[in-house]
Design a protein around this ligand. Structure first.
Ligand SMILES: CC(C)(COP(=O)(O)OP(=O)(O)OC[C@H]1O[C@@H](n2cnc3c(N)ncnc32)[C@H](O)[C@@H]1OP(=O)(O)O)[C@@H](O)C(=O)NCCC(=O)NCCS
Length: 179
């Protein structure tokens, strides 16, 4: 574990990384839906190039995270989706490093919140917590409700952010909010 983790570089993706990061998405999710979503988001107005980040190990792309622009009650929010690590490289901390690096970049870019639909136990470790108690609602109902999560990066932003979140048109499909 120390060997892999110590050789990992986290950096913003460049256009030259696109094929490799799409390969990571396909391998991690065992299908092409997330890779297709990434392609769609990358050509959408919500795409922020700095917030597409890859993990590289000895020249190989082994992880990818994408945050896109969303608005929660007018508050700028970085929506995390998707996150993927090549199966052979999982459980070495790479996913965590990608999330933390992305959050740091989002904070520097003026985002006041981050949002994610994911496993509460996994994202809870980064400080995400259920969003619905703050009145921050997903575009479609989510089950379990705790899987829709928010991380506050600017004090008071959660309280300013009530209502249904506005996300990219590419994410406005009910089936994307069912997992
Ligand atoms: C989820 C994922 C990105 C985590 O990447 P990773 O590099 O293995 O994550 P880390 O090494 O930082 O963290 C591993 C920890 O996360 C936990 N974890 C991983 N996947 C989890 C899940 N689906 N639910 C809950 N916990 C999970 C593991 O138990 C592990 O904890 P432990 O080390 O205490 O046992 C990776 O497993 C993956 O690509 N999965 C397939 C795609 C996916 O489901 N993406 C997330 C939804 S967008």
């Amino acid at each position: 574990m120390g060997g892999i983790a110590s050789s990992i570089v986290i950096r913003t993706a460049t256009p030259a990384d696109t094929e490799a990061l799409l390969g990571v998405e396909r391998e991690a999710f065992g299908g092409s839906s997330e890779a297709e979503l990434v392609v769609a988001l990358m050509s959408s107005s919500v795409f922020i190039p700095e917030l597409s980040m890859v993990a590289e190990s000895e020249g190989l792309i082994v992880g990818h995270v994408l945050f896109t622009r969303a608005y929660a009650g007018g508050v700028p929010a970085a929506l995390l989706a998707p996150l993927a690590v090549t199966p052979a490289y999982q459980r070495c901390g790479i996913g965590g490093e990608l999330v933390c690096a992305g959050l740091g970049t989002a904070l520097a870019g003026g985002f006041q919140l981050s949002l994610v639909l994911g496993h509460p136990e996994y994202y809870g470790r980064f400080g995400y917590e259920p969003a619905e108690p703050y009145g921050i609602l997903p575009p479609y109902p989510v089950t379990p409700a705790e899987a829709w999560m928010v991380l506050e990066m600017d004090m008071g932003a959660r309280e300013r952010a009530g209502g249904t979140v506005q996300v990219a048109d590419e994410l406005m499909l009910p089936e994307m909010w069912r997992k």
